[in-house]
Design a protein around this ligand. Structure first.
Ligand code: SF4
Length: 211
């Protein structure tokens, strides 16, 4: 193991315990291949499965595996029109499982997610029977304040580079706490505890993944 892998594993074990103390389910996987296997184990055959934008799940090949497996994939990127996409995003409230990434985690077991339209944070809060969060250990900070800072000043500006419109972070790479109509920072969700117990399941991955 490299020093970084050892560091991630040690912090991963602490985080698993802290997440469990908040009634989340949590698993640590050394790499994205193990993480993919774990995610597919958690989803029952025949389940309807939706997801928000998540680079981590894409790097794992999770969406492709859902399409290829015995599941009903709810893939907004395969919708022909904006109307169909909107409709599918609403239908995801009734999905058996919803897959998402995390913008940041605190070592004490809390998650921060920022959203532009709410289609990702809303199903984390309520709706789908199960939520599976996939997160590289690069997302883990020592405190909730540091996690919030990461989400706002690293994850969001980096994410914004994918979209061609103009916001301060799109131009400079730095967050200016904007009120732009094009802002991707319109909802900020802290998930601090899980009720019902076990509904939200974390798969922590000992690699640098996503933003
Ligand atoms: S500049 Fe605006 S869109 Fe960019 S990260 Fe900051 S609040 Fe979000």
């Amino acid at each position: 193991m490299t020093p970084k892998e050892m560091y991630y594993e040690k912090r991963g074990q602490i985080l698993v315990k802290n997440l469990e103390s908040r009634h989340f389910e949590a698993y640590y996987c050394a790499n994205k291949e193990e993480a993919l296997k774990k995610a597919l184990e958690l989803i029952p055959e025949g389940a309807s499965v939706g997801w928000g934008g998540t680079m981590t799940a894409t790097a794992m090949g999770l969406q492709n595996a859902i399409h290829a497996g015995p599941y009903r994939a709810m893939d907004r990127d395969r919708c022909a029109t904006t109307e169909e996409r909107e409709k599918l995003q609403r239908e995801m409230f009734f999905a058996d499982a919803f897959i998402t990434g995390a913008n940041a985690l605190s070592l004490d077991g809390q998650m921060v997610n920022i959203d532009g339209t709410g289609n990702r944070v809303a199903p984390i809060v309520y709706g789908p029977g199960m939520v599976i969060v996939v997160a590289g250990m690069n997302k883990v900070e020592d405190s909730l304040d540091a996690a919030m800072n990461r989400a706002r000043t690293v994850a969001a500006p980096m994410n914004k580079q994918r979209f061609p419109n103009q916001t301060p972070c799109g131009v400079t790479g730095n967050c200016a706490d904007c009120k732009s109509a094009e802002s991707i920072c319109n909802q900020i969700l802290i998930t601090r505890n899980c009720r019902p117990a076990g509904r939200i399941k974390f798969i922590l991955i000992g690699e640098d993944l996503g933003f």
